[in-house]
Each structure stands twice: as structure tokens, then as C-alpha cells.
Write a protein that binds this ligand. Structure first.
Ligand code: FMN
Length: 202
């Protein structure tokens, strides 16, 4: 089974990455997970959680925290440049970066592969494989906009974490689920267990 590379960076809304991971595993997918260095800091600051850096401890941590036994999970350190996923010969279904910080976005846009996330994004672009990026910042400055444009022109799909109001969300969890489902729709991956919006109630 080919994997989906899921990258979580140090932008606000780490919950989007967490929920993505939970739904992918619940849907029995194979996931290669990379957290950027910044993601650990934001997780501590925003969610008050200390995520273990060691890959096998982290894998165990997510399984307990997200209460999911199904699927396959491989965790990687952000600086593991010798990981198999850093090479184009490792085939994947695609890569999703959620949330994507402006730092990671800028380095991808300039081809500056400093960490494993940036290298994997570079590989997905060069191999013409799906790359979905969900950039989180507000407001965007012109450099952010130009970086987004550059990455989109290189073949990535930009799916910002923007809620839809027409679904009449009742909670933050509803908003998160809507955004996560849209992200994986863009990759052509169905997530189980989520009720989908099917038009206005009559
Ligand atoms: C609580 C918190 C929230 C942050 N939110 C954002 C954000 O929404 N977007 C962003 O681009 N950077 C945000 N940052 C700054 C990034 O974490 C910082 O630029 C970091 O170096 C990004 O590293 P990375 O791209 O390797 O993840 C935030 C930082 C903290 C501590």
C-alpha cells in the first residue's frame, strides 16, 4: 500500500494536523508523519502537549492520544535526511502539509530543502505527484502571496484552512472536520466516519 505523507508545521491550528492523522488512520490508510521543529513548539503553546520526538515513542503517543489502532503510522524526525521518503524512488499517493507555516512555505517556494518536510515537498513537485498545502497566516503579506503563487505554478494545490459558513457549523470540531475533509478530497482520498454536507436542509 502506498503511503500518504502528512506534514504538520509550526503554524497555528495544530488540531487540523491531529484530526487529519486520526481520520487517516481510522480510514485504514498508511501515513508517513513529519512534524517540523516549529510544530513541537506550537503544540506545546497552543495545545499544552509535549509530543515525543523519538519516532517510535511518537507513534505510540499518537495511537494513545487519538485512540486509534487501525492504519499504519511511521513517524520521522524533521532532520532525518536519510529517510526513505526523502527520495523520489519511494512512491507515495501524495503529500499534505497542514497547517503550513510561512517559513516552510517560503523555503519550499525557493527550493531550499532544509528539513525533511521541505525535501519531501520538493520531491513531490519534481516527481509530479500531488502536493496539497494548507497555508495559515493572516493577513498575508506580498511575499507570502508570491510564495503561494510560485508553489501553485510549480504544481501544488493550495487549500487554505477556510471554514464554510453554509454548512452551519455548531462547533469548532465541525469546522475542523469540514476543512480536513476538503483537504483530502483534493487528494482524492475518502475519509470514513464523517458526515458530509449534502446541500441546504429543506
Ligand atoms: C503559538 C504560535 C503560533 C504560530 N502561528 C503561526 C501561523 O499561524 N503562521 C505562521 O506562519 N507562523 C506561525 N508561528 C511562527 C512559526 O512557528 C515560526 O515561524 C517557526 O519558525 C516555523 O517553523 P516551521 O516552518 O519549521 O514549522 C507561530 C508560532 C507560535 C509559537
Amino acid at each position: 500500500m502506498k503511503s500518504i505523507v502528512l506534514a504538520i508545521t509550526g503554524a497555528s491550528a495544530i488540531q487540523l494536523g491531529e484530526r487529519s492523522l486520526q481520520l487517516l488512520l481510522k480510514s485504514n490508510k498508511k501515513v508517513d508523519l513529519i512534524l517540523s521543529r516549529g510544530a513541537y513548539e506550537v503544540a506545546k503553546s497552543e495545545r499544552n502537549i509535549n509530543i515525543p520526538i523519538d519516532p517510535s515513542s511518537q507513534s505510540h503517543y499518537w495511537r494513545e492520544r487519538l485512540e486509534v489502532k487501525s492504519g499504519e503510522l511511521n513517524c520521522y524526525r524533521w532532520n532525518d535526511h536519510s529517510a526513505s521518503i526523502a527520495s523520489g524512488s519511494h512512491k507515495t499517493k501524495g503529500m499534505v502539509i497542514v497547517p503550513c507555516s510561512m517559513g516552510t512555505l517560503g523555503r519550499i517556494a525557493s527550493g531550499f530543502s532544509l528539513d525533511l518536510i521541505e525535501r519531501c515537498a520538493d520531491v513531490h513537485l519534481k516527481e509530479n505527484r500531488p502536493l496539497i498545502i494548507s497555508p495559515r497566516e493572516s493577513p498575508f503579506n506580498l511575499i507570502h502571496i508570491e510564495n503561494i503563487s510560485r508553489i501553485a505554478k510549480a504544481g501544488a494545490l493550495i487549500v487554505p484552512p477556510i471554514p464554510a459558513w453554509y454548512t452551519n457549523p455548531k462547533s469548532i470540531d465541525d469546522i475542523i472536520d469540514f476543512i480536513v475533509v476538503r483537504l483530502f478530497d483534493s487528494l482524492g482520498e475518502h475519509l470514513d466516519g464523517i458526515e458530509r454536507w449534502s446541500g441546504p436542509k429543506r
